[in-house]
Structures are given as C-alpha cells and as structure tokens.
Design a protein around this ligand. Structure first.
Ligand SMILES: O=P(O)(O)OC[C@H]1O[C@H](OP(=O)(O)OP(=O)(O)O)[C@H](O)[C@@H]1O
Ligand SMILES: O=c1[nH]c(=O)c2nc[nH]c2[nH]1
Ligand SMILES: [Mg+2]
Length: 159
C-alpha cells in the first residue's frame, strides 16, 4: 500500500538503473577514491556497479535502516566505519527526506557523497546525484519487483 506521502511511482528497471549508474560514473571518473562506502542495503548494488567502472576494489559498508516498506521509522545504525570518509566515495541508491543522509554525513563528514536518485528535501545533503525525482514519488527499484502476468486490457475493461 502507498503511504500518505507518496502519490506516484517511478519504476526503475535493471537496465535503467545500470544506465543511470554508468552515467553517474562519467561524472566521477576523474576523481581518485581510495575506496567506496556503501550504505546498505540500497547502496550495495549501485556501489558494486560504480566499483566496476572506477576500478575500485576496497568496499566497506555503513549498515543503516529506517523504512519498513513505505513507512519511515526510527533510524537504526547497525554498523559504522572507523574513519571520517576522507578520500572515500559514499554511495546510496537515493536520498528522500535526507534523514539517512544527515546521519551518515555526521559519521563520514569528509566523504564524497553520491546517490543515483534525489528528492528535493534530501538533495542538499549529497555532493552529486544523477536524477531528481518529485518528493511525492515512490521510487520502485528492480530488486523490489518481479515479472508478473498482466491480464489483457479487453478483459480488464469488461469488469
Ligand atoms: O532520505 P531518507 O528519507 O532517509 O530515505 C532514504 C533511505 O531510505 C532507504 O533505505 P531503507 O531505510 O529503506 O533501507 P534499505 O536500504 O535497506 O532498503 C534508501 O535506500 C535510503 O537509504
Ligand atoms: O525503494 C524506495 N523508494 C523510495 O522512494 C524511498 N524513499 C525512502 N526509501 C525508499 N525506498
Ligand atoms: Mg537505504
């Protein structure tokens, strides 16, 4: 079910995500990073794709959770890192309200923080992002979806 905050969906396929991450990498490739910190879980797949493009092999995680489906709950940090992010690329799939980003910025103030998608409230908290998405739009990621049967239009209309 859609929470009251979200009135539309932006569905991202695996192909689209891969293209978007590669596009983001074009804007990162001139920089030097000693490693990548992925914000789990959503940051893991973008981080893996970025690591491949930028030829980075050192990957760490900040493990953090705040949403249960579309409902935002209390922020729970399960694992941090023991540095301030200097020379590191910090990656998440998206920034929405910015609550997660604010917390991770406190933990790694010197990291270069990127997301693939950004909504207006969270956008000022990241250094770079690829695509802006409306605040009331729920981004539907490919790992949360599956291929399913769709009834022919004619049958649906007859009901
Ligand atoms: O800007 P915010 O309002 O804080 O929302 C953005 C965060 O929410 C999602 O993570 P979630 O807590 O759902 O965990 P997940 O990455 O494991 O899916 C998403 O991956 C971001 O990390
Ligand atoms: O899959 C997701 N899509 C979103 O739009 C979103 N916002 C916060 N957390 C989110 N997770
Ligand atoms: Mg997340």
């Amino acid at each position: 079910m859609m929470s009251h905050r979200y009135h539309q969906h932006f569905t991202v396929s695996w192909d689209q995500l891969h293209r978007d991450v590669r596009e983001l990498c074009h804007r990162l490739v001139e920089r030097d990073f000693q490693g990548i910190v992925a914000i789990t879980r959503g940051g893991l797949i973008p981080a893996a794709l970025i690591a491949r493009e930028l030829n980075v092999r050192l990957i760490d995680t900040v493990c953090i959770k705040s949403y249960e489906g579309q409902d935002q709950g209390a922020l729970e940090v399960m694992k941090g890192v023991d540095h301030d992010g200097d020379g590191w690329l910090l990656v998440d799939d998206l920034v929405d309200t910015g609550k997660t980003a604010r917390k991770v910025r406190e933990m790694l103030p010197r990291a270069h923080f990127v997301t693939v998608y950004a909504k207006p409230e969270g956008r000022p908290l990241v250094d770079q992002y690829l695509t802006e998405v409306a605040q009331d739009c729920w981004i539907q990621f490919p790992w949360d979806m599956g291929v399913t049967y769709v009834e022919p239009l004619a049958d649906r209309i007859k009901r």
